[in-house]
Write a protein that binds this ligand. Structure first.
Ligand SMILES: *[C@@H]1O[C@H](CO)[C@@H](O)[C@H](O)[C@H]1NC(C)=O
Ligand SMILES: *[C@@H]1O[C@H](CO)[C@@H](O)[C@H](O)[C@H]1NC(C)=O
Ligand SMILES: *[C@@H]1O[C@H](CO)[C@@H](O)[C@H](O)[C@H]1NC(C)=O
Ligand SMILES: *[C@@H]1O[C@H](CO)[C@@H](O)[C@H](O)[C@H]1NC(C)=O
Ligand SMILES: *[C@@H]1O[C@H](CO)[C@@H](O)[C@H](O)[C@H]1NC(C)=O
Ligand SMILES: *[C@@H]1O[C@H](CO)[C@@H](O)[C@H](O)[C@H]1NC(C)=O
Length: 434
Protein backbone atom coordinates (compact mmCIF):
# COMPACT_ATOMS: atom_id res chain seq x y z
CA UNK A 1 0.00 0.00 0.00
CA UNK A 2 1.12 3.54 -0.64
CA UNK A 3 4.27 4.85 0.96
CA UNK A 4 2.42 7.90 2.20
CA UNK A 5 0.81 5.91 4.96
CA UNK A 6 3.75 6.22 7.27
CA UNK A 7 3.54 9.15 9.62
CA UNK A 8 7.11 10.33 9.93
CA UNK A 9 6.78 11.78 13.38
CA UNK A 10 7.83 9.89 16.42
CA UNK A 11 6.14 9.97 19.73
CA UNK A 12 7.55 7.13 21.74
CA UNK A 13 7.48 7.75 25.43
CA UNK A 14 10.67 8.03 27.36
CA UNK A 15 10.35 5.13 29.71
CA UNK A 16 13.01 2.92 31.14
CA UNK A 17 13.43 -0.16 29.03
CA UNK A 18 12.82 -3.50 30.72
CA UNK A 19 15.60 -5.47 32.27
CA UNK A 20 17.88 -7.89 30.51
CA UNK A 21 16.56 -10.85 28.58
CA UNK A 22 17.52 -12.97 31.56
CA UNK A 23 15.30 -10.99 33.83
CA UNK A 24 12.47 -10.86 31.33
CA UNK A 25 12.46 -14.61 30.89
CA UNK A 26 12.54 -15.06 34.59
CA UNK A 27 9.71 -12.62 35.14
CA UNK A 28 7.64 -14.35 32.48
CA UNK A 29 7.62 -17.36 34.76
CA UNK A 30 6.38 -15.27 37.67
CA UNK A 31 5.55 -16.74 41.01
CA UNK A 32 4.29 -20.08 39.71
CA UNK A 33 7.67 -20.86 38.29
CA UNK A 34 9.26 -20.19 41.63
CA UNK A 35 7.00 -22.73 43.21
CA UNK A 36 8.54 -25.63 41.38
CA UNK A 37 11.88 -24.52 40.07
CA UNK A 38 14.73 -25.74 42.17
CA UNK A 39 17.31 -23.30 43.41
CA UNK A 40 19.87 -24.75 41.08
CA UNK A 41 17.61 -24.15 38.13
CA UNK A 42 17.14 -20.53 39.19
CA UNK A 43 20.87 -20.26 39.40
CA UNK A 44 21.12 -21.67 35.89
CA UNK A 45 18.59 -19.19 34.58
CA UNK A 46 20.59 -16.28 35.86
CA UNK A 47 24.04 -17.49 34.93
CA UNK A 48 23.72 -19.42 31.68
CA UNK A 49 23.87 -18.17 28.11
CA UNK A 50 20.54 -17.27 26.46
CA UNK A 51 20.41 -20.37 24.22
CA UNK A 52 20.68 -22.69 27.17
CA UNK A 53 17.94 -20.83 29.01
CA UNK A 54 15.55 -21.35 26.18
CA UNK A 55 15.86 -25.13 26.34
CA UNK A 56 15.12 -25.10 30.03
CA UNK A 57 12.45 -22.46 29.91
CA UNK A 58 10.35 -24.03 27.18
CA UNK A 59 8.88 -26.80 29.35
CA UNK A 60 8.39 -24.26 32.11
CA UNK A 61 6.38 -21.98 29.84
CA UNK A 62 4.42 -24.93 28.52
CA UNK A 63 3.48 -25.86 32.05
CA UNK A 64 2.40 -22.31 32.80
CA UNK A 65 0.50 -21.97 29.55
CA UNK A 66 -1.35 -25.16 30.35
CA UNK A 67 -2.08 -24.10 33.89
CA UNK A 68 -3.31 -20.66 32.87
CA UNK A 69 -5.38 -22.04 29.99
CA UNK A 70 -7.18 -24.50 32.25
CA UNK A 71 -7.85 -21.81 34.79
CA UNK A 72 -9.16 -19.41 32.18
CA UNK A 73 -11.42 -21.87 30.42
CA UNK A 74 -12.85 -22.68 33.82
CA UNK A 75 -13.66 -19.04 34.46
CA UNK A 76 -14.80 -17.83 31.08
CA UNK A 77 -15.57 -20.38 28.45
CA UNK A 78 -14.99 -20.17 24.76
CA UNK A 79 -17.03 -17.81 22.65
CA UNK A 80 -18.85 -15.95 25.40
CA UNK A 81 -17.90 -12.71 23.77
CA UNK A 82 -20.87 -10.76 25.05
CA UNK A 83 -19.62 -11.11 28.58
CA UNK A 84 -15.91 -11.04 27.95
CA UNK A 85 -13.64 -8.03 28.26
CA UNK A 86 -10.93 -8.64 25.69
CA UNK A 87 -9.14 -5.40 26.47
CA UNK A 88 -7.37 -6.63 29.59
CA UNK A 89 -5.19 -9.67 29.83
CA UNK A 90 -1.68 -10.82 29.00
CA UNK A 91 0.28 -12.48 26.25
CA UNK A 92 0.94 -16.17 26.90
CA UNK A 93 3.49 -18.29 25.12
CA UNK A 94 1.85 -20.50 22.50
CA UNK A 95 4.35 -21.77 19.94
CA UNK A 96 3.26 -21.16 16.37
CA UNK A 97 -0.03 -19.56 17.37
CA UNK A 98 0.56 -16.41 15.30
CA UNK A 99 2.02 -18.17 12.24
CA UNK A 100 -1.32 -18.11 10.52
CA UNK A 101 -0.43 -17.07 7.00
CA UNK A 102 2.47 -16.26 4.75
CA UNK A 103 2.58 -12.48 4.32
CA UNK A 104 4.37 -12.74 0.99
CA UNK A 105 1.70 -15.03 -0.43
CA UNK A 106 -1.16 -12.77 0.63
CA UNK A 107 0.67 -9.71 -0.72
CA UNK A 108 1.04 -7.65 2.43
CA UNK A 109 2.76 -4.30 2.12
CA UNK A 110 6.45 -5.14 1.75
CA UNK A 111 7.46 -2.96 4.67
CA UNK A 112 5.28 -5.11 6.98
CA UNK A 113 6.52 -8.45 5.61
CA UNK A 114 9.10 -8.95 8.34
CA UNK A 115 9.92 -12.55 7.44
CA UNK A 116 10.55 -11.71 3.79
CA UNK A 117 12.66 -8.77 4.90
CA UNK A 118 14.94 -11.13 6.76
CA UNK A 119 13.98 -10.64 10.38
CA UNK A 120 15.89 -13.54 11.91
CA UNK A 121 13.95 -14.04 15.16
CA UNK A 122 10.43 -15.41 14.83
CA UNK A 123 9.57 -15.81 18.50
CA UNK A 124 7.20 -12.83 18.20
CA UNK A 125 4.86 -15.26 16.41
CA UNK A 126 4.68 -17.55 19.43
CA UNK A 127 2.30 -15.59 21.62
CA UNK A 128 -1.43 -15.66 22.16
CA UNK A 129 -3.54 -12.94 23.79
CA UNK A 130 -5.13 -14.29 26.94
CA UNK A 131 -7.96 -12.03 28.14
CA UNK A 132 -8.35 -11.91 31.89
CA UNK A 133 -11.62 -13.82 32.24
CA UNK A 134 -12.12 -15.95 29.14
CA UNK A 135 -10.48 -17.38 26.07
CA UNK A 136 -10.33 -15.46 22.81
CA UNK A 137 -11.48 -17.94 20.15
CA UNK A 138 -9.22 -18.40 17.15
CA UNK A 139 -10.16 -16.49 14.01
CA UNK A 140 -12.68 -18.35 11.86
CA UNK A 141 -12.72 -17.06 8.28
CA UNK A 142 -15.94 -18.85 7.34
CA UNK A 143 -17.74 -17.48 10.37
CA UNK A 144 -16.49 -13.99 9.58
CA UNK A 145 -17.63 -14.13 5.96
CA UNK A 146 -20.99 -15.68 6.86
CA UNK A 147 -21.59 -12.93 9.36
CA UNK A 148 -20.90 -10.35 6.66
CA UNK A 149 -22.79 -12.02 3.83
CA UNK A 150 -24.16 -9.41 1.43
CA UNK A 151 -22.55 -6.59 3.42
CA UNK A 152 -20.06 -3.80 2.97
CA UNK A 153 -17.23 -3.65 5.51
CA UNK A 154 -15.17 -0.47 5.55
CA UNK A 155 -11.90 0.40 7.26
CA UNK A 156 -11.51 4.13 7.76
CA UNK A 157 -8.44 5.84 9.15
CA UNK A 158 -4.67 5.85 9.03
CA UNK A 159 -2.03 3.24 8.28
CA UNK A 160 -3.05 1.28 11.39
CA UNK A 161 -6.49 0.83 9.82
CA UNK A 162 -4.77 -0.42 6.67
CA UNK A 163 -2.46 -2.65 8.69
CA UNK A 164 -5.52 -4.25 10.30
CA UNK A 165 -7.38 -4.57 6.99
CA UNK A 166 -4.37 -6.22 5.39
CA UNK A 167 -4.23 -8.71 8.25
CA UNK A 168 -7.93 -9.44 7.77
CA UNK A 169 -7.44 -10.03 4.04
CA UNK A 170 -4.70 -12.56 4.82
CA UNK A 171 -6.86 -14.28 7.44
CA UNK A 172 -9.89 -14.42 5.11
CA UNK A 173 -7.94 -15.17 1.94
CA UNK A 174 -7.15 -18.65 3.16
CA UNK A 175 -10.88 -19.50 3.17
CA UNK A 176 -12.16 -17.58 0.20
CA UNK A 177 -10.71 -15.89 -2.88
CA UNK A 178 -11.21 -12.17 -3.36
CA UNK A 179 -10.39 -9.68 -6.05
CA UNK A 180 -9.57 -6.00 -6.25
CA UNK A 181 -12.51 -4.16 -7.80
CA UNK A 182 -11.41 -0.54 -7.41
CA UNK A 183 -8.40 1.50 -6.37
CA UNK A 184 -7.59 5.16 -6.78
CA UNK A 185 -4.41 6.25 -8.49
CA UNK A 186 -2.78 7.43 -5.28
CA UNK A 187 -3.80 4.26 -3.41
CA UNK A 188 -5.82 6.13 -0.83
CA UNK A 189 -8.81 3.94 -1.48
CA UNK A 190 -9.21 0.27 -2.29
CA UNK A 191 -12.21 -1.97 -2.69
CA UNK A 192 -12.15 -5.74 -2.73
CA UNK A 193 -14.91 -8.27 -3.26
CA UNK A 194 -15.45 -11.78 -1.92
CA UNK A 195 -17.76 -13.22 -4.57
CA UNK A 196 -18.47 -16.40 -2.57
CA UNK A 197 -20.24 -14.40 0.15
CA UNK A 198 -21.10 -11.19 -1.72
CA UNK A 199 -18.93 -9.31 0.77
CA UNK A 200 -17.34 -5.98 -0.12
CA UNK A 201 -14.35 -4.68 1.83
CA UNK A 202 -13.20 -1.08 1.38
CA UNK A 203 -10.19 0.78 2.74
CA UNK A 204 -10.25 4.55 3.07
CA UNK A 205 -7.15 6.59 3.83
CA UNK A 206 -8.38 9.34 6.18
CA UNK A 207 -5.68 9.76 8.83
CA UNK A 208 -7.45 12.67 10.52
CA UNK A 209 -10.93 11.27 9.71
CA UNK A 210 -11.74 14.91 9.02
CA UNK A 211 -10.96 16.62 5.72
CA UNK A 212 -7.23 17.32 5.50
CA UNK A 213 -4.99 18.75 2.85
CA UNK A 214 -1.22 18.89 2.91
CA UNK A 215 1.31 16.54 4.35
CA UNK A 216 -1.03 13.55 4.70
CA UNK A 217 -1.53 13.72 0.94
CA UNK A 218 1.94 14.80 -0.11
CA UNK A 219 4.81 14.16 2.27
CA UNK A 220 6.86 17.03 0.86
CA UNK A 221 4.36 19.50 2.30
CA UNK A 222 5.30 20.97 5.70
CA UNK A 223 2.01 20.40 7.50
CA UNK A 224 -1.67 19.52 7.14
CA UNK A 225 -4.64 21.85 7.22
CA UNK A 226 -7.43 19.94 8.92
CA UNK A 227 -11.08 21.04 8.72
CA UNK A 228 -12.62 19.73 11.93
CA UNK A 229 -16.12 20.65 10.79
CA UNK A 230 -15.93 18.46 7.67
CA UNK A 231 -15.06 14.82 7.06
CA UNK A 232 -12.62 13.43 4.52
CA UNK A 233 -14.64 13.37 1.33
CA UNK A 234 -14.44 9.87 -0.01
CA UNK A 235 -15.40 7.88 3.05
CA UNK A 236 -18.07 10.31 4.17
CA UNK A 237 -19.63 10.23 0.69
CA UNK A 238 -19.77 6.41 0.87
CA UNK A 239 -20.85 6.22 4.51
CA UNK A 240 -24.47 5.40 3.69
CA UNK A 241 -23.37 2.23 1.88
CA UNK A 242 -21.41 0.84 4.84
CA UNK A 243 -22.78 -1.94 7.04
CA UNK A 244 -19.76 -2.43 9.26
CA UNK A 245 -17.26 0.37 9.78
CA UNK A 246 -13.95 -0.06 11.57
CA UNK A 247 -12.47 3.30 12.53
CA UNK A 248 -8.80 3.42 13.48
CA UNK A 249 -6.91 6.73 13.69
CA UNK A 250 -4.82 8.80 16.08
CA UNK A 251 -1.14 8.77 15.12
CA UNK A 252 -1.39 11.68 12.71
CA UNK A 253 -2.62 14.03 15.43
CA UNK A 254 1.01 14.16 16.57
CA UNK A 255 2.18 15.64 13.30
CA UNK A 256 2.23 19.28 12.23
CA UNK A 257 -1.21 20.63 11.50
CA UNK A 258 -3.33 23.76 11.45
CA UNK A 259 -6.89 23.10 12.60
CA UNK A 260 -9.82 25.01 11.19
CA UNK A 261 -13.53 25.25 11.87
CA UNK A 262 -15.09 26.76 8.81
CA UNK A 263 -13.04 29.84 8.01
CA UNK A 264 -11.67 30.16 11.57
CA UNK A 265 -8.27 28.84 12.58
CA UNK A 266 -8.84 27.30 16.00
CA UNK A 267 -5.22 26.34 16.65
CA UNK A 268 -2.23 24.41 15.45
CA UNK A 269 -0.04 21.57 16.64
CA UNK A 270 3.74 21.34 16.48
CA UNK A 271 5.78 24.06 14.88
CA UNK A 272 4.07 24.93 11.65
CA UNK A 273 6.02 28.17 11.44
CA UNK A 274 2.72 30.02 11.74
CA UNK A 275 1.67 32.07 14.72
CA UNK A 276 -1.27 30.01 15.97
CA UNK A 277 -2.29 28.88 19.43
CA UNK A 278 -1.07 25.39 20.32
CA UNK A 279 -4.12 23.15 20.36
CA UNK A 280 -2.53 19.89 21.52
CA UNK A 281 -3.44 16.40 20.37
CA UNK A 282 -6.47 15.36 22.36
CA UNK A 283 -8.90 18.16 21.49
CA UNK A 284 -8.65 17.92 17.69
CA UNK A 285 -8.73 14.13 17.95
CA UNK A 286 -11.92 14.27 20.01
CA UNK A 287 -13.60 16.71 17.65
CA UNK A 288 -12.69 14.78 14.52
CA UNK A 289 -13.79 11.55 16.14
CA UNK A 290 -17.09 13.02 17.23
CA UNK A 291 -17.83 14.39 13.77
CA UNK A 292 -17.03 10.98 12.26
CA UNK A 293 -19.23 9.02 14.68
CA UNK A 294 -22.10 11.47 14.29
CA UNK A 295 -21.94 10.96 10.55
CA UNK A 296 -22.09 7.18 11.07
CA UNK A 297 -25.04 7.43 13.44
CA UNK A 298 -27.13 8.98 10.69
CA UNK A 299 -28.72 7.10 7.83
CA UNK A 300 -31.16 4.26 7.69
CA UNK A 301 -28.79 1.30 7.73
CA UNK A 302 -28.67 -0.81 10.90
CA UNK A 303 -24.90 -0.70 10.80
CA UNK A 304 -22.21 -1.68 13.29
CA UNK A 305 -19.53 0.90 14.00
CA UNK A 306 -16.36 -0.39 15.64
CA UNK A 307 -14.12 2.28 17.18
CA UNK A 308 -10.57 0.97 17.52
CA UNK A 309 -8.53 2.51 20.33
CA UNK A 310 -5.00 3.82 19.98
CA UNK A 311 -2.05 1.46 19.46
CA UNK A 312 1.02 2.92 21.17
CA UNK A 313 4.39 2.99 19.42
CA UNK A 314 7.57 1.51 20.92
CA UNK A 315 10.35 3.88 19.95
CA UNK A 316 10.99 4.07 23.70
CA UNK A 317 12.66 7.46 23.58
CA UNK A 318 14.68 6.65 20.47
CA UNK A 319 14.16 8.27 17.09
CA UNK A 320 12.48 6.72 14.08
CA UNK A 321 15.82 6.54 12.29
CA UNK A 322 17.59 4.63 15.06
CA UNK A 323 18.08 0.97 14.08
CA UNK A 324 18.20 0.01 17.76
CA UNK A 325 14.65 1.23 18.45
CA UNK A 326 12.19 -1.62 19.18
CA UNK A 327 14.61 -4.52 19.05
CA UNK A 328 12.76 -6.43 21.78
CA UNK A 329 12.19 -10.09 21.03
CA UNK A 330 9.49 -10.85 23.58
CA UNK A 331 6.37 -9.07 24.84
CA UNK A 332 6.25 -7.05 28.00
CA UNK A 333 4.82 -8.78 31.01
CA UNK A 334 1.62 -7.48 32.50
CA UNK A 335 2.51 -4.39 34.53
CA UNK A 336 5.98 -4.08 33.01
CA UNK A 337 4.86 -1.30 30.67
CA UNK A 338 2.42 1.48 31.44
CA UNK A 339 0.49 3.14 28.63
CA UNK A 340 1.64 6.77 28.21
CA UNK A 341 -0.66 9.50 29.46
CA UNK A 342 -1.56 11.00 26.08
CA UNK A 343 -2.11 7.53 24.60
CA UNK A 344 -4.31 6.71 27.58
CA UNK A 345 -6.23 9.93 27.02
CA UNK A 346 -6.81 9.12 23.36
CA UNK A 347 -8.04 5.70 24.42
CA UNK A 348 -10.52 7.35 26.80
CA UNK A 349 -11.67 9.76 24.10
CA UNK A 350 -12.61 6.81 21.88
CA UNK A 351 -14.60 5.22 24.71
CA UNK A 352 -16.29 8.48 25.70
CA UNK A 353 -17.24 9.59 22.21
CA UNK A 354 -18.44 6.12 21.24
CA UNK A 355 -20.57 5.82 24.36
CA UNK A 356 -21.96 9.32 23.85
CA UNK A 357 -23.04 8.70 20.28
CA UNK A 358 -24.44 5.29 21.21
CA UNK A 359 -26.48 6.86 24.02
CA UNK A 360 -27.69 9.64 21.74
CA UNK A 361 -28.78 7.20 19.04
CA UNK A 362 -30.77 5.18 21.59
CA UNK A 363 -32.26 8.41 22.93
CA UNK A 364 -33.35 9.43 19.46
CA UNK A 365 -35.51 6.31 19.27
CA UNK A 366 -33.60 5.09 16.22
CA UNK A 367 -32.14 1.62 16.42
CA UNK A 368 -30.06 2.28 13.33
CA UNK A 369 -26.49 1.84 14.41
CA UNK A 370 -24.74 -0.26 16.99
CA UNK A 371 -21.53 1.26 18.39
CA UNK A 372 -18.73 -0.87 19.85
CA UNK A 373 -15.21 -0.21 21.04
CA UNK A 374 -12.35 -2.48 19.97
CA UNK A 375 -9.94 -1.67 22.77
CA UNK A 376 -6.47 -2.77 21.69
CA UNK A 377 -4.41 -0.18 23.58
CA UNK A 378 -3.26 -2.51 26.32
CA UNK A 379 -2.63 -5.55 24.18
CA UNK A 380 -0.64 -3.61 21.64
CA UNK A 381 1.29 -1.65 24.25
CA UNK A 382 2.60 -4.98 25.56
CA UNK A 383 4.06 -5.93 22.14
CA UNK A 384 7.30 -4.00 21.54
CA UNK A 385 8.49 -7.13 19.72
CA UNK A 386 5.80 -7.16 17.04
CA UNK A 387 6.92 -4.20 14.91
CA UNK A 388 9.00 -4.39 11.75
CA UNK A 389 11.68 -2.14 13.29
CA UNK A 390 14.59 -2.02 10.85
CA UNK A 391 13.01 -4.97 8.97
CA UNK A 392 10.65 -2.57 7.27
CA UNK A 393 13.32 -2.80 4.58
CA UNK A 394 14.78 -5.92 3.08
CA UNK A 395 17.95 -7.29 4.69
CA UNK A 396 18.66 -4.02 6.50
CA UNK A 397 21.91 -5.20 8.06
CA UNK A 398 23.39 -6.82 4.96
CA UNK A 399 26.20 -4.26 5.04
CA UNK A 400 26.59 -3.87 8.79
CA UNK A 401 24.63 -1.81 11.28
CA UNK A 402 24.46 1.83 10.20
CA UNK A 403 24.01 4.60 12.73
CA UNK A 404 20.83 5.84 11.08
CA UNK A 405 18.20 3.81 9.30
CA UNK A 406 14.40 4.07 8.99
CA UNK A 407 12.74 2.06 11.72
CA UNK A 408 9.07 1.22 12.14
CA UNK A 409 8.04 0.79 15.77
CA UNK A 410 4.43 1.68 15.05
CA UNK A 411 2.87 -0.82 12.66
CA UNK A 412 2.65 -4.56 13.16
CA UNK A 413 4.53 -7.21 11.24
CA UNK A 414 2.19 -9.34 9.14
CA UNK A 415 1.66 -11.92 10.46
CA UNK A 416 1.94 -10.30 13.87
CA UNK A 417 0.09 -8.85 16.86
CA UNK A 418 -2.42 -6.94 14.71
CA UNK A 419 -4.00 -10.27 13.73
CA UNK A 420 -5.38 -10.35 17.28
CA UNK A 421 -7.38 -7.17 16.52
CA UNK A 422 -9.29 -9.20 13.94
CA UNK A 423 -9.81 -12.12 16.32
CA UNK A 424 -11.60 -9.65 18.60
CA UNK A 425 -13.40 -7.94 15.71
CA UNK A 426 -14.99 -11.28 14.79
CA UNK A 427 -16.18 -11.76 18.39
CA UNK A 428 -17.69 -8.25 18.35
CA UNK A 429 -19.51 -8.97 15.11
CA UNK A 430 -20.93 -12.33 16.19
CA UNK A 431 -21.94 -11.08 19.65
CA UNK A 432 -25.57 -10.22 20.11
CA UNK A 433 -26.59 -6.61 20.22
CA UNK A 434 -26.49 -5.32 23.74
C1 LIG B 1 -0.75 -23.09 24.99
O1 LIG B 1 -2.15 -23.14 24.92
C2 LIG B 1 -2.69 -23.02 23.62
C3 LIG B 1 -4.21 -23.04 23.70
O2 LIG B 1 -4.67 -23.25 24.98
C4 LIG B 1 -2.17 -24.15 22.73
O3 LIG B 1 -2.67 -23.98 21.42
C5 LIG B 1 -0.66 -24.11 22.73
O4 LIG B 1 -0.15 -25.18 21.96
C6 LIG B 1 -0.14 -24.19 24.14
N1 LIG B 1 1.31 -24.05 24.16
C7 LIG B 1 2.08 -24.90 24.79
C8 LIG B 1 3.52 -24.57 24.79
O5 LIG B 1 1.66 -25.88 25.36
C1 LIG C 1 6.21 -17.55 1.96
O1 LIG C 1 5.94 -17.70 0.60
C2 LIG C 1 7.03 -17.36 -0.24
C3 LIG C 1 6.53 -17.37 -1.66
O2 LIG C 1 5.79 -18.52 -1.91
C4 LIG C 1 8.17 -18.33 0.03
O3 LIG C 1 9.27 -18.01 -0.79
C5 LIG C 1 8.56 -18.22 1.49
O4 LIG C 1 9.55 -19.19 1.80
C6 LIG C 1 7.37 -18.45 2.39
N1 LIG C 1 7.75 -18.10 3.74
C7 LIG C 1 7.52 -18.88 4.79
C8 LIG C 1 7.97 -18.38 6.11
O5 LIG C 1 6.98 -19.97 4.68
C1 LIG D 1 -25.14 -8.61 -2.71
O1 LIG D 1 -25.39 -7.71 -1.62
C2 LIG D 1 -26.04 -6.52 -2.01
C3 LIG D 1 -26.16 -5.66 -0.77
O2 LIG D 1 -24.90 -5.30 -0.33
C4 LIG D 1 -27.40 -6.82 -2.61
O3 LIG D 1 -28.01 -5.63 -3.04
C5 LIG D 1 -27.24 -7.78 -3.78
O4 LIG D 1 -28.49 -8.16 -4.26
C6 LIG D 1 -26.44 -9.00 -3.35
N1 LIG D 1 -26.17 -9.83 -4.52
C7 LIG D 1 -26.37 -11.13 -4.52
C8 LIG D 1 -26.00 -11.82 -5.79
O5 LIG D 1 -26.79 -11.73 -3.56
C1 LIG E 1 3.86 17.61 -3.66
O1 LIG E 1 4.12 18.93 -3.28
C2 LIG E 1 5.21 19.52 -3.94
C3 LIG E 1 5.40 20.92 -3.37
O2 LIG E 1 5.60 20.86 -2.00
C4 LIG E 1 4.93 19.58 -5.43
O3 LIG E 1 6.03 20.11 -6.11
C5 LIG E 1 4.64 18.17 -5.94
O4 LIG E 1 4.24 18.22 -7.28
C6 LIG E 1 3.53 17.53 -5.13
N1 LIG E 1 3.37 16.16 -5.53
C7 LIG E 1 2.19 15.65 -5.84
C8 LIG E 1 2.18 14.22 -6.20
O5 LIG E 1 1.15 16.30 -5.82
C1 LIG F 1 -17.37 25.14 14.91
O1 LIG F 1 -18.11 26.30 15.10
C2 LIG F 1 -19.49 26.09 15.36
C3 LIG F 1 -20.20 27.42 15.36
O2 LIG F 1 -19.52 28.32 16.20
C4 LIG F 1 -19.63 25.32 16.66
O3 LIG F 1 -20.98 25.07 16.93
C5 LIG F 1 -18.87 24.01 16.55
O4 LIG F 1 -18.89 23.32 17.79
C6 LIG F 1 -17.42 24.26 16.14
N1 LIG F 1 -16.82 22.99 15.85
C7 LIG F 1 -15.57 22.68 16.18
C8 LIG F 1 -15.10 21.35 15.72
O5 LIG F 1 -14.85 23.43 16.81
C1 LIG G 1 1.65 36.08 17.43
O1 LIG G 1 0.32 36.26 17.93
C2 LIG G 1 0.28 36.96 19.16
C3 LIG G 1 -1.16 36.99 19.67
O2 LIG G 1 -2.09 36.94 18.62
C4 LIG G 1 0.83 38.40 18.95
O3 LIG G 1 0.82 39.12 20.16
C5 LIG G 1 2.25 38.28 18.42
O4 LIG G 1 2.74 39.58 18.11
C6 LIG G 1 2.30 37.42 17.17
N1 LIG G 1 3.69 37.19 16.78
C7 LIG G 1 4.11 37.32 15.55
C8 LIG G 1 5.56 37.06 15.30
O5 LIG G 1 3.37 37.64 14.62
Amino acid sequence: MGAHQQPVHQHGQKRSSPGSTNLAYFRACSFLACAFLSLSLLNFLYCSPPGAQQTVIVPVLQFLNHTYSSISSGIGGVGQSGSCDYSVGRWVWAPGHARRYNGTECNVKESRDCIRNGRPDTGYLDWRWQPAGCLLPAFDASAFLSELRGKHLAFVGDSMAWNMAQSLLCLLGAASPYRLVAKDHKDRFRRLAFATHNVTLSLYWAPFLARATGRSENHTMPYDTVHLDALADRWSADADTMDVVVVNAGHWFWSKAVYRNGSDVIGAHASTGLNHTEIGIVRPFREAYRTALERLSSGRRPRTVVSTTFSPTHFEGKTYDDPTACTNKIPYREGEKEVGSVEEELRSVVHEETEAVAAASIGSGSDGARFEVLDVTKLSSLRPDGHPGAYMNRDPFAHGVPERMPTDCLHSCLPGPVDTFNDILLQILVAKRR
